[in-house]
Design a protein around this ligand. Structure first.
Ligand code: GLY
Length: 375
């Protein structure tokens, strides 16, 4: 079968996907962007180096099993080519002591129609992560004559891209929440920086989370690069570490989104959804009180699901409340064990990137209102 690259959203029937791998994953040393990301009470503070082999093997076992489940649904699954991440990264502008992983392709690859764009990440340790996907990109380029293989402008990631002394060990959770609500993040607006997982694609509309990993300059870049799409800036004030939209605001099908109840979309930003009869419902509570050890993400990976089509969704197998809610919302649930992989880069959605979903670029928000999110 030759490749077709095409995907406009996260809910149309999935036919071809990339699933990450945990090989050679490293906990990177602190750097201006990540010191803010690692929670102050995390056991990862001050620690860096290759992840223990037994945890890599356990993660890979669940990733391989996930790939098999997807293949069983008739979905073509590709895997990245691991690189040895335990080596220093040097550019003319910075040096950092290691790379990271190729477990979460969702952070690196953004599929919009027939184009896959490699992102402009703000973490220095992720500067060369795209290389793990380049063999696949070349294959798609060879096999699909319409595939657009794109690299976003590469940020230089000098000190100008980060606020100095932004991180302060003594800051309380309340102060942190005040800062993020005021859209005061560690990244500056010096150059466009963005993680692909901050972008929620809904056909003609891109909803992009402004947070620790994606800035407003990136949204301006998207607006100019895609003049036919509408770019919306959204933020979620209840999140003390706002990175990536997919454990916060997750579309299940046209007209339905689940929203993290601790990170509700502010009232004025809901107008565009209300005007177009989209329902935003609180996601179910996570089944766990804490994330697994050495994990960057929160317990809200419970809602980081992979929608297979408008009626089918993969949910982490221990997330009983989320599975029950999906069932009530009319979705058939496929349980996938995945907690051993969480620490390597997130949940079921994070661990994938779309290559092909059936469907075209629909306008799901034809009623344009006075929309404060519009960039
Ligand atoms: N940003 C992903 C999480 O909630 O942990």
């Amino acid at each position: 079968m030759t490749t077709i690259v095409n995907s406009w959203n996260d809910f149309d029937p999935l036919k071809h996907v990339i699933v990450g791998r945990a090989d050679f994953s490293v906990i990177p040393p602190e750097e201006p962007a990540t010191s803010e990301k690692v929670p102050i009470d995390s056991e990862m503070r001050g620690m860096w180096g290759p992840r223990p082999t037994a945890t890599v093997e356990a993660a890979n076992e669940q990733l391989d099993n996930y790939a098999k489940i997807l293949e069983g649904l008739g979905i073509k699954v590709d895997r990245p080519t691991p690189l040895q991440w335990n080596q220093a990264i040097t550019t003319p502008d910075f040096r950092t002591e290691s790379g990271f992983t190729q477990m979460p392709p969702r952070d690196i690859l953004l599929t919009i129609g027939k184009e896959i764009i490699s992102s402009a990440n703000s973490f220095r340790c992720r500067y060369f992560e795209y290389l793990a996907y380049w063999p696949l990109m070349k294959q798609y380029f060879d096999e699909d004559p319409e595939f657009l293989w794109t690299q976003a402008p590469r940020p230089r990631l000098t000190d100008k891209s980060y606020k100095h002394n932004y991180y302060d060990e003594k800051i309380s959770l309340e102060e942190r929440l005040e800062r993020t609500a005021a859209k005061d993040f560690v990244t500056t607006e010096f150059e466009p920086m963005w993680d692909a997982a901050d972008v929620m694609r809904v056909g003609k509309d891109l909803f992009i989370q402004h947070g620790l990993t994606t800035n407003r300059t990136a949204m301006e870049w998207f607006k100019r690069y895609y003049p036919d799409l509408r770019v919306h800036a959204v933020n979620f004030p209840g999140d003390p570490y706002p990175i990536h939209i997919d454990a916060t605001f997750v579309p299940l099908r046209p007209g339905l989104i689940i929203n993290n109840p601790h990170r509700r979309l502010p009232e004025e930003q809901r107008k565009i959804f209300e005007a177009n009869d989209w329902q935003i419902v609180d996601a179910a509570q996570p089944a766990h009180d804490t994330p697994p050890p050495l994990c960057y993400s929160s317990v809200w990976l419970s809602m980081n699901c992979l929608v297979i089509d408008h009626k089918t969704v993969c949910v982490e197998a221990s997330e009983v409340h989320q599975m029950e809610q999906m069932d009530k919302l009319g979705m058939n649930v496929i349980p996938v064990p995945f907690r051993d992989a969480y620490a390597f880069g997130g949940g079921l959605h994070c661990a994938t990137a779309d290559v092909y979903r059936e469907g075209t670029c629909e306008d799901y928000f034809p009623n344009q209102v006075d929309d404060p999110t519009l960039v």
